[in-house]
Design a protein around this ligand. Structure first.
Ligand SMILES: [Fe+2]
Length: 238
């Protein structure tokens, strides 16, 4: 079983991720070499700034799948969105404009790195009250979470699932983030790893180093869960 990347920006020319179909193919080759066999594509949605409607994501995803098949790259691709939370998301979720995680009730949400903890907690409540289940994107990026596992524990107990970035696990973003993630791993507070890949060079879809570390630090069952099993169970398993 290969790894599942639940957070990446590989769709061409829709956000600050891949800028061409060729770059997308290069990213898929890197992902494949790194042991990834499934990816949920999550272009940014930021109200009034960036956003790709669900139909368009579906159309582009099909084009990427076809080209990948021609190039004999074997990775399963699923639709999603990385949603920058705002309090008026409901309409665009309800009318299907925004793509949820593989059309499940799960949505991947991000916040400003400087956002306060009460704001994030209220947002999670708000998302549940709309009838969706939040996955918090790269939990290590927020000032109110980094170094404060107690806050992650609170949102986890609310039912929010937790995603961290593979590069942070591997230590590419400093010791503090790496150390914090190790604490979360010990408490089993993480459900998913994503590469949050934006290109083929500076932020590529690399999972291997992160996976090695997780298998060294965690028991096999939990490691399998965050690297592919939870994605299968919550997002892909139909
Ligand atoms: Fe992202």
């Amino acid at each position: 079983m290969g790894y599942t990347d639940v957070h990446c920006h590989i769709l061409p020319q829709v956000d600050d991720g891949s800028q061409s179909m060729d770059e997308t193919m290069e990213m898929l080759r890197i992902a494949s070499r790194s042991g990834i066999t499934s990816m949920i594509v999550t272009p940014h949605y930021k109200r009034g700034r960036v956003g790709t409607p669900r139909d368009e994501i579906g159309r582009l995803l099909q084009a990427v799948r076809e080209r990948a098949e021609e190039e004999q790259i074997s990775i399963r691709l699923y639709p999603g969105t990385e949603i920058y939370y705002n309090s008026s998301l409901e309409e665009k979720l309800e009318n299907g404009w925004i793509s949820r995680m593989n059309d499940t009730d799960f949505i991947l949400v991000e916040f400003s790195p400087m956002e306060s903890f009460p704001y994030i907690r209220n947002a999670i409540d708000d998302i549940f009250s709309m009838g969706y289940r939040p996955i918090i994107a790269h939990v290590e990026r927020y000032g109110c979470m980094l170094g404060k596992p107690e806050n992650v524990r609170i949102i986890h107990e609310m039912g929010c699932l937790v995603q961290v970035n593979a590069g942070s696990v591997a230590g590419n973003y400093g010791f503090k983030a790496k150390h914090f993630i190790q604490k979360l791993l010990r408490e089993h507070l993480i459900e998913f790893v994503g590469t949050d890949a934006h290109n083929a060079s500076g932020r590529p879809p690399e999972m291997a180093k992160c996976a090695d570390l997780i298998y060294r630090k965690c028991d096999r069952e939990y490691a399998d869960g965050i690297l592919f099993g939870n994605a299968e169970k919550y997002l892909l398993g139909k």
